[in-house]
Design a protein around this ligand. Structure first.
Ligand SMILES: *[C@@H]1O[C@H](CO)[C@@H](O)[C@H](O)[C@H]1NC(C)=O
Ligand SMILES: *[C@@H]1O[C@H](CO)[C@@H](O)[C@H](O)[C@H]1NC(C)=O
Ligand SMILES: *[C@@H]1O[C@H](CO)[C@@H](O)[C@H](O)[C@H]1NC(C)=O
Ligand SMILES: *[C@@H]1O[C@H](CO)[C@@H](O)[C@H](O)[C@H]1NC(C)=O
Ligand SMILES: *[C@@H]1O[C@H](CO)[C@@H](O)[C@H](O)[C@H]1NC(C)=O
Ligand SMILES: *[C@@H]1O[C@H](CO)[C@@H](O)[C@H](O)[C@H]1NC(C)=O
Length: 738
């Protein structure tokens, strides 16, 4: 699971990689053993054809007699393909068949795990907009807790007539006029004992993301009093369609594709997915990119999380140019957890401490003074409070001080009353813990060691978390995945950033506050690009409620060109961390100009990327694709940002062709304003664009020259009509950054 909840998952990942490295996890599967493969066949065939008969027929040729036993899903509502249990040899045979675009083994994807809407300029009122209540948001996640107050349907009108989905019959789950549809997709073995075999959320993640995108207004929401206030989603009046694709053991590709197949045909307006792999795949071997492509064909924008693989360069995932890729940043609030010592000194720590010790002083002990001798564990080890290292008798009823924070398991297991850790790590986001807990910086930690070492009966208390102003907000949080784009280096990803740090939103009542906890909560605070993605989804839906006919690219363009520019004190990542900047949904309803793109533009792009004509014809369902005149370069894709990469130490020039559509005032004149630091040259031709009517298009050419060092250099192009600033980042970077 990629919600940032504990550090132990990092350790598990490391352990897992190490084991894979030693025994070879891929080689472990026998080529005669059947596993799930996705067979992707592009667009639906024309005319009244039963695709499931075609799929069965294809399988019959490969696995005679057992075709319907091995077939798991037949996709045929929105695109063509199927999922089946096959051996490697059988999969290879299918790959060679006519009509097949790609065959790839199903992988498990992971979840990328409030006040935020006010931080972005929204007020606390619900919009009684008929159009907003016609918007349907498709949430592909862990399901939802339908009884949450955030999904109360009081005051909602009838379900929009365009809705073609269903509420899948399952015990104990009912839809209402807010949650108008719900389905689940389970592959045997993906569920654990705690999972509900229904769209009901056992985890909390899906309830959290869904309420962030489209939850209603709920006053007095908080996590045990922390962050108390009104929570709301981006479009509180919008409808929700739930597609449960994630279970205790991950989110399988075959379920993700089945959910896209349904959601597109059901009539959702926006699709939100806070899910991804940790490594990038080619667009047509990636269930999310495939699903998003067919969504785009039907005018549906897919909003994706960028991943939690940061700050490593090139860690961004979900980078298809037909979807929106969202990084995570902080909001103007931070949580502090103060620690007070017997000598009256107070230190400020960075955690979310939900426990209230009411200021009472407790005995305070140094982990190094409480080793479990049975295991031969000496003080050198117990000072870090690793699991098993502490003497439970000695720490019982006490607050323990530990050096170097990796995990809370050790102190929890030993039965400590609370813990204070010295932490060298990033503190730009906070966790909550199953016991009173604070983490201090290294200097404060040294003061505490000194106090413990020089005081006869040392005592301490940990205060409940209080809220403070984060004056540096917004900045991109450390864990948010960074560009460059590993698949198409010259399309800038992530596209933009949205709040994803310490977000309060609705929670599943079947889940606990933290993993090692028994306490339940209706609202919880968690962090991840999982949390920023539904903010962008809500913003996209908000824009769509003003402009119902806008294409996915036009909505993304509006969000990107109106984003609030950000700065970085780290000039080796900047736009590679935040793309066009911080999302600004109110301004995005009036962008002035949009960089539009439709299927034909993406097909041209794919032609230029070297996909075969046969495959492009299948994907697009159009027999007249790729030709010399249509082959587009990546630089000519009508994207609202400009990126170029090259080898370090070289000077490079690229030419970008762009077309903008006037969506502002009928008569307007836009002037090109260029910001370029030394080493970057940006020329725009023509430098003035004049419009006479709404919907009019004008083209221009941008020539960018860059002297590249070892990292990146960036500037911007802004079209300015005196009312609108249509901003695009221009980024050149050294390919070695990948
Ligand atoms: C929904 O909200 C209304 C109005 O605030 C309230 O009367 C009702 O009890 C709520 N329903 C549920 C199921 O909580
Ligand atoms: C039904 O839902 C409730 C929550 O409303 C849950 O506590 C209960 O375990 C569920 N029962 C089944 C059989 O899923
Ligand atoms: C734990 O500490 C107690 C008290 O100092 C001591 O008697 C006992 O031997 C210790 N046990 C272990 C396993 O270290
Ligand atoms: C010391 O560790 C052993 C082995 O894990 C455990 O059984 C024992 O309870 C521990 N003793 C104390 C006092 O924590
Ligand atoms: C505690 O103090 C003693 C003597 O003042 C010193 O030798 C020792 O290193 C100190 N221990 C720690 C953990 O700082
Ligand atoms: C097929 O592609 C061509 C050129 O790429 C385009 O002009 C035409 O409109 C497309 N036809 C359909 C049915 O999409």
């Amino acid at each position: 699971m990629a919600v940032i909840r504990t550090c132990s998952s990092t350790w598990l990942t490391l352990v897992c990689f190490t084991i894979c490295f030693l025994v070879g996890c891929h080689g472990a599967s026998d080529s005669n053993e059947r596993q799930v493969y996705i067979v992707y066949m592009g667009d639906l065939p024309k005319g009244d054809v039963s695709v499931s008969n075609i799929h069965i027929g294809m399988l019959e040729e490969i696995v005679p007699g057992v075709a319907s036993d091995v077939l798991l899903y037949s996709y045929g509502r929105s695109f063509n393909g199927f999922a089946a249990k096959l051996t490697q040899d059988e999969a290879i045979k299918l790959k060679g068949k006519e009509g097949v675009v790609s065959v790839f083994p199903s992988q498990k994807k992971q979840l990328h795990t409030s006040r935020t809407w006010e931080f972005m300029g929204f007020n606390k009122k619900m919009r009684t907009s008929i159009i907003e209540s016609d918007i349907i948001i498709g949430m592909l996640d862990t399901g939802v807790w339908p009884e949450s107050e955030s999904f109360n349907d009081t005051g909602f009108g009838p379900i929009p007539t365009k809705w073609k989905g269903t509420c899948q019959k399952s015990a104990n789950f009912t839809c209402n006029k807010k949650i108008i549809g719900a389905r689940y997709y389970l592959t045997d073995g993906d569920n654990g004992p705690e999972d509900f075999i229904s769209p009901r959320d056992a985890d909390g993640h899906g309830t959290h993301t869904t309420s962030t995108a489209a939850g209603g207004l709920v006053s007095q929401a908080s996590l045990f009093g922390i962050a108390k206030g009104t929570v709301r989603g981006g479009v509180p009046s919008a409808r929700i369609a739930v597609y449960k694709i994630c279970w205790s053991y991950g989110c399988s590709d075959e379920g993700i594709l089945a959910a896209f197949d349904d959601a597109i045909a059901d009539g959702v307006d926006i699709i939100s997915l806070s899910v991804g792999s940790s490594i990038p795949f080619d667009y047509f071997e990636d269930s999310i990119a495939i699903g998003a492509f067919h969504a785009m064909k039907k005018g549906i924008l897919t909003s994706n999380s960028a991943g939690n693989g940061g700050p490593t360069p090139g860690s961004v995932v979900n980078v298809s140019p037909w979807s929106l890729t969202v990084a995570a940043s902080t909001i103007d609030r931070k949580f502090v957890t103060k620690v007070k010592l017997g000598n009256g000194q107070i230190y400020e720590g960075a955690t979310i401490n939900t426990f209230d010790l009411k200021g009472k002083m407790y005995p305070f002990i140094y982990g190094g003074d409480a080793p479990n001798l049975t295991l031969g564990v000496a003080s050198e080890f117990s000072r870090y409070c690793f699991p098993g290292a502490l003497n439970a008798t000695l720490v019982k009823g006490k607050i323990v001080f530990c050096e170097y924070f990796t995990d809370y398991e050790g102190v929890l297991e030993a039965g400590a009353l609370g813990a204070v850790f010295q932490d060298t790590g990033n503190k730009d986001f906070q966790f909550s813990y199953p016991l009173p807990f604070s983490t201090l910086n290294v200097n404060d930690g040294r003061m505490i060691i000194n106090y413990l070492n020089t005081t006869e009966n040392p005592t301490a208390t940990i205060f409940k978390t209080s809220q403070d102003n984060n004056q540096f907000a917004p900045f991109v949080v450390s864990f948010s995945s960074r560009g460059p784009n590993p698949i198409t280096t010259d399309v800038l990803k992530p596209d933009l950033t949205a709040p994803g740090v310490d977000i309060l939103a609705a929670w599943s009542e079947a889940s606990t506050v933290t993993e090692d906890d028994t306490r339940r909560t209706r609202y919880n605070i968690i962090s991840g690009t999982s949390m920023s993605c539904p903010h962008a989804t809500g913003a996209a839906a908000y824009v769509k409620s003003f402009h119902p006919t806008w294409s996915p690219a036009a909505i993304r363009s509006a969000l990107m060109t109106t984003a609030i520019p950000m700065t970085s004190n780290n000039n080796i990542e900047a736009e590679l961390a935040y793309g066009a900047g911080h999302i600004n949904p109110l301004q995005a309803t009036d962008p002035g100009l949009v960089y539009d793109a439709g299927e034909i533009d993406y097909v041209k792009f794919l032609c230029g990327q070297g996909y075969t004509i046969a495959n492009i014809q299948l994907i697009s369902g159009n027999s007249s694709s790729c030709s010399e005149e249509t082959d587009g370069t990546v630089w000519d894709l009508n994207y609202p940002s400009f990126a170029l990469s090259s080898t370090p130490g070289k000077s490079i020039t690229r030419v970008f062709h762009r077309t903008v559509t006037n969506v502002g005032s009928a008569v307007s004149n836009y002037r090109a304003v260029v910001n370029a630091p030394p080493g970057l040259i940006i020329q725009v031709q023509p430098s003035v664009l004049s419009f006479e009517y709404v919907g009019q298009q004008q083209s221009f050419v941008v020539t960018v020259g860059a002297e590249l060092g070892n990292s990146m250099i960036s500037g911007s192009l802004i079209w300015d009509d005196g009312v609108h600033l249509v901003k695009s980042p221009v980024v050149a970077y050294a390919s070695i950054m990948l």
